[in-house]
Design a protein around this ligand. Structure first.
Ligand SMILES: C[S@@+](CC[C@H](N)C(=O)[O-])C[C@H]1O[C@@H](n2cnc3c(N)ncnc32)[C@H](O)[C@@H]1O
Length: 283
């Protein structure tokens, strides 16, 4: 492993705003961010209070639970940090496996005194271990690997398999945002939304088109740019964006139907793209 990576891995071990595979965090994020804001060193996760929903009482300042926004596959955490700059009254968590990428966002948050953003280093498959029921108010999924091979479709972060995980901690009717340069992942996600009857709020296959930017659908949060956004790996030259609500049951029985739909769709895509390139589609 390179020297630079080792330095970054050592640095995040000392950062209060990075938690690597933390144990016992569900329900404790509000208390964690209160300690982070106080500048507490070596925050003891075991001692953090679990948030309780106040019933028929006016909560004191210490009890007020701020909305918690989660960025999945955050990489350097541009959304977690960018949104934290825009919203002082919400807390933000970026989650990624790669410590050297998290280091970037965590270092910027430390440098700029942003005490309401933190990072978790872990596998997304394990995400339910870190949040309690209804603890998260919104999820951003930013330029995840589109997992283009059909055999990898279950690894797409908007596959119902993952949406069922998010439902375990997202507030009822909570919103999911997907930003991607992959037309395939965009169409796949729209297919999932339609098949499971989820509420689609906004979708565009050209986020930065003048028409969309000048429409009443535009929101300044969309302008936050990520590292992978700049790479244009899918060569689509367009940023695709979907906002939807996870507001329905996701019956496992429909997964087979989804498989059939996307199999047909991926074949069509291949034929169309071959046709666009002036080549004969293979039967
Ligand atoms: C294409 S990058 C996008 C990073 C960032 N959101 C951006 O737009 O620049 C995808 C990110 O997903 C992370 N990732 C992939 N699989 C993961 C998993 N199973 N658990 C956690 N993170 C994962 C990678 O480490 C990588 O940082």
């Amino acid at each position: 492993m390179g020297q630079k990576k080792l330095i970054k891995f050592a640095a995040i071990k000392e950062y209060e705003n990075v938690l690597e595979y933390p144990q016992g965090m569900p329900g404790k994020w509000n208390a964690f961010f209160q300690e982070l804001a106080k500048g507490t060193n070596n925050i003891s996760l075991d001692d953090l209070a679990i948030s309780q929903k106040a019933i028929n009482t006016t909560p004191s300042a210490a009890e007020i639970t701020k909305p918690l926004v989660l960025e999945l596959a955050c990489g350097r955490g541009e959304y977690a940090v960018g949104l934290a700059r825009m919203y002082a009254n919400q807390n933000f968590v970026g989650l990624d496996l790669k410590g050297n990428r998290i280091w970037k966002g965590a270092s910027i948050a430390n440098r700029d005194g942003l005490k309401h953003v933190a990072f978790v280093r872990t596998q997304i498959d394990q995400v339910t271990q870190y949040f309690s029921k209804d603890e998260v108010s919104e999820i951003w999924i930013t330029f995840p690997d589109p997992q283009l091979r059909l055999s990898k479709a279950k690894k797409r972060l908007t596959h119902p398999k993952f949406l069922r995980l998010y439902q375990q901690f997202l507030q009822p009717g909570g919103i999911v945002h997907l930003k991607t340069d992959s037309p395939n992942l965009y169409l796949f996600t729209k297919t999932v939304i339609e098949l499971f009857g989820l509420t689609l709020i906004t979708s565009t296959d050209d986020l930065y088109s003048t028409a969309f930017m000048q429409s009443d659908k535009w929101d300044d949060r969309y302008a936050i740019k990520t590292y992978y956004e700049g790479l244009n790996i899918a060569s689509s030259n367009r940023i695709h964006y979907i906002q939807f609500k996870l507001d329905k049951e996701l019956p496992v029985e429909l997964d087979e139907k989804l498989k059939e739909l996307i199999t047909a769709f991926e074949v069509t895509e291949t034929h169309e793209s071959l046709a666009r390139n002036g080549k004969q589609a293979m039967e």
